[in-house]
Design a protein. Sequence first.
Length: 121
Amino acid sequence: MNSHIRATFIAVAFFIGLGADAAHVAAQPTEQVIKITAKKFDYTPNHITLKKGVPVVLEFTTADVLMGFNVPDLGVRADIVPGKVVRVRIVPDKVGTFTFFCDIFCGSGHEDMTGTITVVE
């Protein structure tokens, strides 16, 4: 087999292999996305239930002002920027109920901007 034909054969075999792998990846289930809207002075939803060890993406938006999202007990922190979608991937590693709150002062009422994440087995 000359070198040109051999290189073409190897390239085709390589791409066929990639196609099989790509199909395998596409067939895997996608992570759950939970959309959270932050606005003066609450989060919607303000209670989220997750499963321990199961990855999830929290997707934040706000139309108001710069806000924060902080769950210290789960090691999760994000700035929520007006006009942008902010995504945070989390894999809860412990069971319990954990408080989240806005940690960037967003005006009078800021101290009431809280919610909970409950992680179950």
